[in-house]
Design a protein around this ligand. Structure first.
Ligand SMILES: NC(=O)c1ccc[n+]([C@@H]2O[C@H](COP(=O)([O-])OP(=O)(O)OC[C@H]3O[C@@H](n4cnc5c(N)ncnc54)[C@H](O)[C@@H]3O)[C@@H](O)[C@H]2O)c1
Length: 390
């Protein structure tokens, strides 16, 4: 079988997402399984070139995963003759510079969300990338989660009847960093470094809502910085300047009301770190990262409000597990495989739907969320003013 080796510059692999999800669970996993089959029957084998700031860390990561190519010089990496793809999972603020260098070098581009910190920059970057004619994509990992895949299956199968509402709970306690180390990087809590849960999570909620339930038409967002001071990676106290919780209400096309609570200052009393409850005229479902449970109208109990009595039934037990019916791979890997096939194919761009224009929509919702919080009012979501390439 023919092999097609594709050089991928991976910028930001020393970070949480870059290392664990993109390098280890995606690219290294694809290499270990012997590559993936392209449309023409050849095997695509990704050849990563690790890029970062810290030589020592890069060398260690390369050794750990049996890789040989790494550098602290992005332009040197982009100039390697076999490189076809630039991937960016650096902290958000640095993304634009990296992407611009890749456009200049004429490489296909794949990157983490958000594509930029603000809407103007995101649209400008999306336009640059689109007009360059280069293949491009943005991670939309939540769509590949088993729980959400099963939820989408219920939507597509008409299970809900008319969907009325969506309620999402996302979050967990992120330690302040004094007596227990914080499990997220300190830049997440500094607006001057591109942090904040609205910028981080509204990008996800945009594509989840748009693509599973219907286009987002308006947003009302109440943000908060619940924890005012935190401790950084060096144990030094710093003021938290970015929001660490966001309470959002979104209206979707068709009158669906979606509420999303996102918080790094909440303790989990849920089965999973994110859960969505969808209520429809014909049935309801609760989906998390992995599980999805449903209740049809025919099996809906009829509780009567009586605060004088203890609950008479176990409501959770009345839900039915939605079966997997297929094998779910890691969501980041699934999307990497799609993007690799897309880059090697000659078909049109529709086979990888999540391009930079889709990425910019996430930034748009985040920016509107921040504005809504600042101004204390609901805002319409206007058209982005830029279309994907036909
Ligand atoms: N898809 C998802 O679910 C998801 C989840 C978390 C983060 N992200 C996104 O991934 C990107 C990286 O997030 P992360 O949590 O991996 O962050 P991280 O802090 O763990 O990693 C940041 C990366 O950027 C590099 N970097 C370059 N210059 C830097 C600087 N001056 N300061 C700090 N780091 C610098 C770091 O070396 C590191 O490789 C962000 O854009 C974030 O929004 C996506």
């Amino acid at each position: 079988m023919n092999e097609r080796r594709i050089g991928i510059v991976m910028n930001g692999v020393t970070g949480r997402m870059g290392l664990r999800q993109h390098l280890e669970r995606s690219i290294v996993a694809i290499r270990e399984q012997g590559g993936i089959e392209a449309a023409d029957g050849s095997m695509i084998i990704p050849e990563p070139i690790l890029v970062g700031r810290n030589e020592l860390k890069l060398r260690r990561i390369a050794e750990q995963y049996d890789l040989t190519r790494w550098t602290t010089d992005l332009s040197e990496a982009l100039a390697e003759p076999d490189v076809e793809i630039y991937f960016d999972s650096q902290l958000t603020q640095l993304r634009e510079k990296g992407v611009r260098a890749a456009v200049e070098a004429g490489k296909a581009i794949y990157c983490e969300k958000p594509i930029a910190e603000g809407l103007d920059a995101a649209v400008e970057l999306a336009r640059l990338v689109r007009d360059s004619g280069l293949k491009n994509g943005v991670v939309q990992d939540k769509l590949s989660l088993p729980g959400l895949r099963k939820l989408k299956r219920l939507v597509d199968g008409g299970f809900f009847g008319r969907i009325l509402s969506v309620r999402g709970e996302f979050g967990y306690w992120v330690f302040e960093g004094d007596w227990q180390e914080a499990q997220r990087p300190s830049w997440n809590y500094k607006s001057e470094e591109g942090g904040g849960i609205i910028v981080d999570m509204f990008c996800h909620w945009r594509y989840v809502l748009d693509q599973i339930f219907g286009p987002v038409r308006s947003v009302y967002c109440q943000g908060a910085t619940h924890i005012a001071a935190r401790y950084d990676e060096q144990g030094k106290e710093y003021p938290a300047t970015a929001d660490d919780a966001a309470y959002g209400v979104f209206e979707l096309e068709g009158g669906i009301v979606a509420q999303m609570n996102s918080s790094w200052a909440t303790r989990v009393f849920r089965d999973e770190l994110v859960e969505f409850q969808v209520d429809g005229t014909e049935g309801s479902a609760v989906a998390g990262l992995r599980r999805c449970r449903a209740q049809h109208r025919s099996a809906t109990p009829k509780p009567v409000w009586n605060p004088d009595l203890p609950a008479t039934e176990n409501f959770r037990e009345q839900w039915a597990e939605v079966p997997d019916n297929e094998v779910f791979d890691n969501g980041f890997k699934v999307q990497w495989e799609m993007f690799l096939r897309h880059v090697t194919s000659t078909a049109d761009d529709s086979e990888f739907p999540w391009d930079f224009v889709e990425g910019a929509k996430g930034v748009q919702l985040a920016e509107l969320g921040l504005q809504s919080w600042r101004e204390g009012r609901k805002l319409e979501v206007p058209p982005l003013g830029i279309e994907s390439r036909p």
